[in-house]
Write a protein of this length. Structure first.
Length: 308
């Protein structure tokens, strides 16, 4: 076995891993944690999320709603490869108690159904129902446990500057960020779906945010409009917009008329794409119905953002 060759190969591989993706943004590789320090928030008017990052590399996050504090966490904050990495100090006990409370309520609902199990005539039927409820609860409990673990693990954010604004976009949610910009929703509100740093002048923006290179193909320079050319079963339809117009799989589109509302692109070719409704309870697609990448009425509200 050629040990020196293997050692050299391992060393070369390690260097490549440390250098990272050559297609990335080199100017983001050495951002100090102090440049990301500040108070961030987002919310929908009912539940608010806040995050504080300190210049010495600490963070504290909190989620509040009408019932009080739902979630709280703290730990180390590090700038790694231009990203913000949050490392909790310990298991999130507040979230743990929340999930245990939900589990307790779930057990009560399953083990103490309204139906009287002492009634022999209906006992067999009630036991079958109880068994089905228990199976359903086990699935729900597994999902809750997965969510609990994810909130107690390291999380990573990509800082995105938009003029004087600074957003924190969770790793893996670049498409969601671009969708909200294309629809005209992000920047319409001071902070809605993504952490936005507070501070004087932070609301001033330019036409387009400084996003990573791999996201740029998802951000439209101008809104696109098309129409439905075929209506299919299963809440799907085909429209006359494709990759040559900037359409991509996962892109959100909306109608500028009364009808299906929001939809997602599930398949795309050069000159057409297939969309699927988000909400099956909405009215169905109609042949010739207009489709747009921009939500109707948004431009009148977002007059501060020019479209190049």
């Amino acid at each position: 076995m050629n040990i020196p060759f293997i050692n050299a190969l391992l060393a070369s591989t390690l260097c490549l891993l440390q250098l990272g993706d050559p297609q990335g943004d080199p100017d983001q590789a050495h951002v100090p944690i102090s440049a990301l320090a500040g108070n961030y928030h987002f919310g929908d008017g009912f539940v608010g999320h806040s995050l504080t990052v300190t210049p010495d590399g600490r963070f504290q996050s909190e989620t509040q709603g009408c019932l009080g504090v739902y979630d709280w966490n703290s730990g180390r904050a590090e700038a790694v490869g231009g990203h913000l990495v949050l490392i909790p100090d310990r298991i999130n006990l507040r979230r743990c108690s929340l999930f245990l409370g939900l589990a307790y309520e779930g057990f009560l609902r399953v083990l103490c159904p309204e139906t009287d199990l002492s009634d022999e005539e209906d006992e067999g039927r009630d036991l079958i129902r109880l068994s089905a409820d228990l199976r359903s609860f086990i699935v729900d409990l597994s999902e809750m446990a997965s969510e609990f673990r994810s909130r107690s693990r390291t999380s990573e954010f990509i800082p995105v500057r938009w003029g004087k604004r600074l957003y924190l976009v969770p790793e893996g949610e670049g498409s969601s960020f671009c969708n909200r910009i294309n629809l005209g929703l992000e920047s319409r509100f001071p902070a809605y779906s993504f952490y936005l740093r507070e501070g004087k002048g932070e609301q001033e923006i330019r036409a387009f945010p400084e996003i990573p290179r791999q996201w740029r193909s998802m951000l439209l320079k101008t809104p696109i409009r098309g129409k439905i050319i075929d209506v299919m079963a299963g809440g799907r339809a085909r429209i006359d917009l494709g990759t040559e117009h900037g359409v991509w799989v996962g892109m959100n589109l909306e109608s500028d008329l009364d009808g299906f509302g929001g939809s997602e692109v599930v398949e795309v070719s050069k000159d057409s794409c297939m969309i699927k409704r988000f909400d099956s309870s909405q009215p169905g697609f109609k042949y010739g119905q207009g489709v747009s990448s921009r939500r109707a009425g948004v431009d009148q509200v977002r007059s501060d953002v020019p479209i190049e």
